[in-house]
Design a protein around this ligand. Structure first.
Ligand code: MG
Length: 156
C-alpha cells in the first residue's frame, strides 16, 4: 500500500524550528500545538493514509492537552505501533521539505536517523529531501514551511 501526507506550519520570529526531530538554528520557528515538525507530520499522515486509518488530527487531536508541545518523533513512534497492531510494516518513506532557509543539507542525515529509529527501519529506507520555493508563494516569503511524504507499507 502507498500513503501520501502533506503538512504546513506558519513560521514566526522567536519560535523553535524542529524538522525531522532535529532542532535547527533559525530566527523563524513554527507555530503549532505540538513541536510543529511538518516533516514528521507529513510522514505520519502518509503512514496512516497507506492503511486508510485517517489522519494525524484524528489520532492526535490538537484539542488534547497530551499533545501540547508534543515531541513529534514520539508521535511517529506511536503511529509505528498503530501499524504494527494492524499487522503491517513500513517498507520505505520518501519525503520533501519545502523551506527557504536555513539550508537543510547538513542536517538531512541526522533527520533520517531519527525517523528511521522511530520506525525501526534501516536508514536506507528513509529518504529526506529539501528544496526551496524559489522565493515564490508563502514558503518563498518565509511565512511557512511545507512538507510532502509518501510511504509504502506492507502487511506482514
Ligand atoms: Mg502539523
Amino acid at each position: 500500500m502507498i500513503g501520501f501526507g502533506y503538512d504546513v506550519h506558519r513560521l514566526v520570529e522567536g519560535e523553535t524550528l524542529v524538522l525531522g526531530g532535529i532542532t535547527l538554528e533559525s530566527s523563524l520557528g513554527t507555530v503549532a500545538h505540538s513541536d510543529g515538525d511538518v516533516l514528521v507530520h507529513a510522514i505520519m499522515d502518509a503512514l496512516l493514509g497507506s492503511l486508510a486509518l485517517g489522519d494525524i488530527g484524528l489520532h492526535f487531536p490538537d484539542t488534547k492537552e497530551e499533545w501540547r508541545a508534543a515531541d513529534s518523533i514520539a508521535m511517529l513512534t506511536r503511529v509505528y505501533h498503530i501499524l504494527r497492531h494492524e499487522g503491517a510494516h513500513v517498507v520505505n518513506v520518501d519525503a520533501t521539505v519545502v523551506l527557504e532557509a536555513p539550508r537543510l543539507r547538513p542536517h538531512i542525515e541526522a533527520m533520517r536517523e531519527r525517523i528511521a529509529l522511530a520506525l525501526s527501519l534501516d536508514i536506507k529506507r528513509v529518504s529526506v529531501k529539501a528544496t526551496t520555493s524559489e522565493r515564490l508563494g508563502f514558503v518563498g516569503r518565509e511565512e511557512g514551511v511545507a512538507a510532502y511524504a509518501v510511504a509504502q507499507v506492507g502487511y506482514d
